[in-house]
Write a protein that binds this ligand. Sequence first.
Ligand code: ADP
Ligand code: MG
Length: 252
Amino acid sequence: MKITIQDIEFSYNGFPALENVNNRIEKGDFVALVGPNGSGKSTLIKCMNGILKVSKGTVLIDDRAISMFSPNELAREIAYVPQSENRKAVLKVFDIVLLGRKPYINWKPAEHDLRVTSEILNTLNLDHLAMRDFNKLSGGQQQIVYIARALAQEPDILLLDEPIANLDIRHQIEVLNLLKKLSARGITIVIALHDINMAVRYASGIMMLRDGKVFASGGREIITKQNIENLYDIRVKIIRNDNDTFILPEGL
Ligand code: ADP
Ligand code: MG
């Protein structure tokens, strides 16, 4: 499904966290949100799934404003993996993932819901954790379980807020490869990423935010020395070979 962000604004008690934000994200796009801490990435993601209500502008899913969706309707279209925090849920991993089926369940899970849950646990190599207590897992394992829960929603759009921040490099690659596969199947992915090299490598589109505004938006062509240096106030070297682009911070 396509997402249209139309001139949105959001303020926290008078502090403008997003201003004049526009973008069009097509079905199956893999869009990386990048920018310094506090630039508005998490706020934008929360405005895109209706957790925060914009004070101006609209977010549309396939030409329908998200404010027109019921919570269940929205949850069948958009799944959200929040930025990691201390997660204390006292539930088994299986039950956490099953919670993703909530928008489809009347009063108790059907056979189909249990099957979808098992399949997702299997796809994410989480079978061995299924009966473990969620609150006793490592931060990285919890992160992958949250991604599994989001996938159990069978969403058309997946919003992820720094999902690889706690993961070792192998799990980072596993998660990003999985997201890439999902986007190839037509699921639209929007992901806040700190690792700009991963963003360049995986994303089909990049949206740079700075001070709550769109600093630049487009494809890999916006990964220029000047853009990166001005976005983060650092000095970098950009190395390109045939297929790859590497951004190396220079010594300060
Ligand atoms: P990012 O995810 O890019 O680090 P955020 O969207 O979390 O940025 O924050 C954008 C701005 O909004 C920052 O200046 C931050 O301090 C402010 N902010 C975020 N959440 C709140 C909140 N709950 N109350 C007040 N200000 C907030
Ligand atoms: Mg954030």
